[in-house]
Write a protein that binds this ligand. Structure first.
Ligand SMILES: Cc1cc2nc3c(=O)[nH]c(=O)nc-3n(C[C@H](O)[C@H](O)[C@H](O)COP(=O)(O)OP(=O)(O)OC[C@H]3O[C@@H](n4cnc5c(N)ncnc54)[C@H](O)[C@@H]3O)c2cc1C
Length: 432
């Protein structure tokens, strides 16, 4: 039976799953699909700047797979997970159509077998993945969250694989939790830290640093917030225009955020003391390192060390096949979303769309071996901007693909009151 493996179950991975189930509605031969993901649901990562200071909102931002209305032939959990597999197992749900994640009803076809493994891929070859049934160990994770048990490790064979394992940021901006309850607890800790701090320093003026500074100042106007950025404008997104950047700076300053441009931090010392590369000293009660992001690709390092561009993204063709730096294509491994080396602003929308296209291509490859029905990324969107930021809840700035600017558009402000969570429910067909 042909087998497809999807690594990562966020926007890119679920896009891939969607298109495979959609194609699989009319399958006349068997197809086996496995999704490996450490979380037991979908986290609306767009809302992280608010989730870290509002545990109730954080809990709402996590949609458990129990509510996703997608049914699996097997569902493998880590030990002791509070998760009701009856809600998601095909054997318990007859021939119910798949509704969740998709925003459209997709009929059940017993030829398509779906498997979920709650774990993470630790090593990949061109036919086998090693999967650890354990949480991820991420950058700057407090010791109390580090996994202590030895992980069980299993092998998953595949004919085609879609990598959608995205990026990791520092805790708490990339929470570790795999359930709603855990996330609420985790975000209560980060909210308490923010509430206790008189002065918060945020290092890195990318989208995350900007929105986090805006949220803290919006929720707690009395607190001091300093945003430190090494360049003369922000965010550091080369595809976005200068007017977008100057509006963003104005918004931050209007909210009362102290913005230190052209300032690079060399080291953090005890007691929240920060040393800059030009010899200045700054301090804060709470420091967020928002400049750190790392692609989740360590599983490629042993067998595919030369598939990376200079910035660490995975080299891909315009049909998402992974390729080596000498141009050689590895045609049964696809990569999508934040970690794919494509000239785009990295967004959830793009990750989902690329996932759908790679899902189509992987299915064509394993079922027909014919690449003529492959889907290709739309050339018209490459090398274009396309970004929306909210700075505090009442200010927004958007640049579309044509370079047109929208400042404080009422629709955008409304949509980002809950960081698009409401629209996510209908888009993905999830049960509230
Ligand atoms: C603060 C913030 C605000 C944003 N705002 C917007 C916005 O307004 N609009 C927008 O469109 N985009 C926004 N984005 C960007 C958007 O969130 C990303 O582009 C999107 O999440 C990328 O999706 P992805 O599937 O590629 O990766 P991710 O969402 O990073 O998902 C990767 C998944 O892979 C899993 N994983 C990691 N390692 C492994 C492994 N080894 N094995 C198995 N699974 C693994 C992770 O648990 C995770 O679920 C924002 C991002 C941030 C941080």
């Amino acid at each position: 039976m042909p087998r497809i493996l999807i690594i990562g179950g966020s926007f890119g991975g679920l896009g891939a799953l969607k298109s495979i189930i959609k194609k699989g509605q009319n399958l006349t031969q068997q197809l086996d699909v496995t999704l490996v993901e450490p979380k037991l649901g979908i986290l609306n990562i767009l809302g992280i700047p608010k989730a870290v200071l509002d545990p109730e909102f954080a809990a709402e931002s996590f949609v458990s797979f129990e509510r996703a209305n997608v049914y699996w032939d097997t569902f493998r959990l880590q030990e002791g997970m509070p998760f009701d597999t009856k809600k998601v197992l095909r054997s318990e749900n007859g021939d119910n159509p798949h509704i969740g994640i998709f925003g459209e009803e997709l009929k059940y076809n017993p030829n398509l077998k779906l498997h979920f493994i709650q774990g993470h891929v630790s090593e990949l070859s061109d036919t086998v993945a090693r999967v650890k049934i354990q949480k991820l160990d991420k950058g700057r994770l407090p010791d109390r969250y580090k996994p202590t048990n030895e992980a069980e490790e299993i092998a998953v064979d595949f004919d085609a694989c879609i990598i959608a394992s995205g990026r990791t940021r520092n805790w708490p901006l990339d929470p570790l939790s795999s359930t709603t309850e855990e996330l609420k607890k985790e975000m209560t800790e980060s909210a308490d830290e923010i509430k206790r701090a008189k002065k918060t320093v945020i290092i890195g003026g990318g989208a995350l640093g900007i929105e986090l500074a805006g949220e803290i100042k919006h929720q707690f106007p009395e607190k001091e917030v300093t945003l430190i950025h090494p360049h003369s404008t922000l965010p550091p997104e080369p595809l976005i225009g200068e007017r977008f950047k100057s509006h963003t700076l104005e918004f931050l300053q209007k909210l009362g955020v102290e913005v230190l441009l052209n300032t690079r931090i060399k080291a953090e010392h005890d007691g929240g003391v920060l040393e800059t590369t030009d010899g200045r000293t700054l301090s804060g009660d709470l420091i967020f390192w928002c400049n750190y992001k790392r692609n989740n690709v360590s599983f490629l390092s042993k067998n595919f060390p030369s598939v990376f561009s200079a910035n660490g993204d995975i080299l891909v063709t315009h049909q998402f096949e992974m390729k080596k730096d000498d141009g050689k294509i590895i045609d049964n491994i696809f990569a999508v979303g934040d970690l794919a080396d494509l000239p785009l602003v990295k967004t959830a929308g793009w990750a989902f769309r690329q996932g759908c296209q790679a899902g189509n291509n992987a299915t064509e490859l394993v079922l027909t071996g014919n690449k003529s029905s492959y889907e290709t990324i739309s050339q018209e969107f490459l090398h274009k901007g396309g970004m929306l930021l909210v700075v505090g809840m009442d200010q927004s700035i958007c640049e579309d693909f044509q370079g047109e600017l929208f400042v404080n558009d009422p629709e955008h402000i409304k949509m980002y009151k809950d960081y698009r969570l409401s629209s996510m429910f209908s888009t993905y067909g999830l049960t509230k």
